[in-house]
Design a protein around this ligand. Structure first.
Ligand SMILES: [Zn+2]
Ligand SMILES: [Zn+2]
Ligand SMILES: [Zn+2]
Length: 143
């Protein structure tokens, strides 16, 4: 994705583009899995942890990214799949591998509306399956 395209995407979410914001967006875009703050710090040597965190906090407020707790209780971040206004339908299930500690999107498994008791209102929901990913399972059981 070019910087121009990222600026447009951010604009649709009501976020003004800055160099750091474009950097963080690109990092998330290039990752094929959800990443934690520590992962991002490792990937991005030109920004310190608190700067990355500030951008992520702003992105969360504007639905540029979504977060969920992986199996360790650590937040993982991924880009919102909707352009502009976010719809609840981009909710999907995640898988957390307890062996390699990576998170995966299970895009084809959607979380549909969960019926809540009267008067309750959900802002977000997440569903994380914990176990072993295919790669680890092969490795751990074939030696
Ligand atoms: Zn969204
Ligand atoms: Zn694994
Ligand atoms: Zn995901």
């Amino acid at each position: 994705m070019t910087a121009e395209e990222i600026i447009t995407k951010l604009g649709h979410k009501g976020v003004k583009a800055t160099a750091n914001r474009i950097l963080v967006y690109r990092m998330l875009e290039e990752s094929d899995r959800p990443v934690s703050l520590a992962d991002m710090e490792r990937l991005n040597l030109s920004m310190d942890k608190s700067s990355i965190f500030r951008v992520l906090t702003l992105f969360l407020e504007h639905d540029v990214v979504h977060s969920f707790e992986d199996g360790r209780g650590i937040l993982n971040y991924e880009l919102c799949r909707s352009d502009g206004k976010c719809s609840q339908s981009d909710n999907h299930v995640h898988f957390y591998c307890e062996s390699c500690q990576r998170s995966f999107c299970l895009d084809d498994i959607h979380i549909h509306d969960i019926p809540l008791p009267d008067g309750f209102y959900a802002h977000s929901l997440s569903f994380v399956v914990k176990g072993e990913c295919a790669e680890c399972r092969r490795k751990n059981h074939n030696q």
